[in-house]
Design a protein around this ligand. Structure first.
Ligand SMILES: Cc1ncc(COP(=O)(O)O)c(C=O)c1O
Length: 402
């Protein structure tokens, strides 16, 4: 057995692969779905008569804000359209709290902390690290965060400023938080401190590719719980139209919204209204966005199925994963501490995988077991090859520790 696994690995090595499975980017066929936007004429006026070619409307043109509000189920008055990156809007919200805050600037408070569900998104960790914010990790359990761990951290620590969640098809685990989970997060955060900030990064709000659990919109729950000033929700069109060329949206309670808008006004006179109008003409409304996302799902689903088939061949004694029903990632948990070794082995064969540890703050996966796979960018053939390499590397690394 040992010999055949090693000879299989050597045979894969001799194929000279050059495959990059590192980042969750849309495939070019997905980008093609929005090509019409590149050539369609764009009206120079918004539907309310604003000249989109000029400065003005720092919160976005009304119809784009209304589209964002319909996607996030938030009021248009407290929903803004930023540039093309929701990550930038999240950064700006943290910055505005850091510099000014709703009561006292965070920068004057010292020893700031944030709760981060893990495995999570590396750029969230980087962002918090930029502000010197200590990251307290809690596990995800399939339908959201581990609430016992959450309550324990809140009881144990002072000066926790908030939590960063990806409530639908979480990156990378695919968790879709239950309503009960989201309600408990908001309730406990509110009870902890009136400054506690629940950040819901809805990057995959619209990205189901298999039947997925339904969710009450976060904004509705925040309203029911009378916690609007503790909640901010973000999403973007980075994986709807063009990566880095879409629109980003933020919704928050009035006080947070004003804080964010004030911060943004120091950075930018107004965002790209031409792109907002272009998107409106192409996607039209929420129904148009949903229809468009069905086309993405048709392209993405078969790729995930290739990955599922390969991973299902691995024994649960070696590792496990949770099948996502949307989003861009698969999170594989090896039973043994082999993540670094697996990624090294894959690299030797010419398959690049997201570096081990990326799904944890400071690149520190305490068990060295979590690996993030991103199947969307590759064509099906490359993906099949990459998955064969991955599965072989997992078995080999597992066996090396016998
Ligand atoms: C959870 C999450 N948030 C945000 C982003 C980036 O979104 P945007 O391009 O809108 O900044 C990503 C992209 O991978 C993501 O996975």
């Amino acid at each position: 057995m040992e010999k055949s696994l090693e000879s299989k690995f050597a045979a894969l090595k001799s194929k000279g692969f050059q495959i990059d499975l590192t980042r969750g980017k849309p495939g070019s066929d997905q980008l093609d779905l929005s090509n019409e936007m590149l050539s369609a004429p764009v009206s120079s006026q918004s539907s309310s008569g604003i000249d989109i070619r000029n400065y003005g409307e720092p919160l976005g043109i009304p119809e784009a804000r209304a589209l964002g509000a319909s996607l996030l189920s938030s009021p248009t008055e407290t929903t803004l359209v930023g540039e093309q990156s929701s990550l930038l809007l999240i950064y700006q919200l943290i910055l505005s709290n850091y510099l000014f805050g709703l009561k006292t600037p965070w920068k004057d408070q010292g020893n700031l902390k944030f709760i981060c569900p893990v495995p999570g998104f590396d750029r969230h960790f980087r962002l918090l690290e930029d502000f010197g914010i200590e990251m307290l990790t809690i596990p995800l359990n399939g339908t959201g965060i581990d609430l016992d761990a959450f309550h324990a951290l809140l009881a144990e620590h002072e000066n926790i400023k908030g939590i960063m969640c990806v409530p639908r098809h979480s990156n990378p685990t695919g968790d879709t938080y239950s309503d009960e989970n989201i309600i408990s997060i908001i309730e406990a955060g509110k009870a902890y401190s009136e400054e506690f900030l629940c950040i819901f990064d809805h990057a995959y709000l619209l990205h189901d590719f298999l039947p997925s659990p339904s969710q009450t919109p976060v904004w509705e729950l925040a309203t029911q719980l009378d916690a609007k000033d503790q909640v901010a929700v973000f999403c973007s069109f980075s994986k709807v139209t063009f990566g880095g060329g879409g629109l980003a949206f933020a919704a928050a309670g009035k006080k947070l919204f004003d804080l964010l808008s004030r911060q943004r006004a120091s950075m930018i006179v107004c965002s790209d209204k031409v792109n907002q109008k272009r998107h409106l003409e192409f996607l039209k409304d929420k129904a148009g966005v949903i229809e468009h996302m069905k086309k993405h799902a048709e392209i993405v689903r078969p790729k995930f199925e290739v990955a599922f088939d390969a991973l299902d061949a691995l024994s649960p004694e070696i590792g496990t994963y949770q099948k996502p029903t949307g989003g861009y990632f698969i999170s594989y948990d090896a039973k043994r501490p082999i993540a670094k070794r697996v990624i090294q082995l894959c690299k030797e064969v010419g398959v690049l995988i997201t570096p081990a540890g990326s799904t944890y703050p400071h690149f520190h996966d305490p068990l060295d077991s979590n690996i993030r796979l991103a199947p969307t960018f590759l064509g099906v053939e490359d993906l099949q090859d990459a998955m064969e390499v991955f599965v072989t590397a997992i078995m080999l690394a597992h066996q090396e520790l016998d």
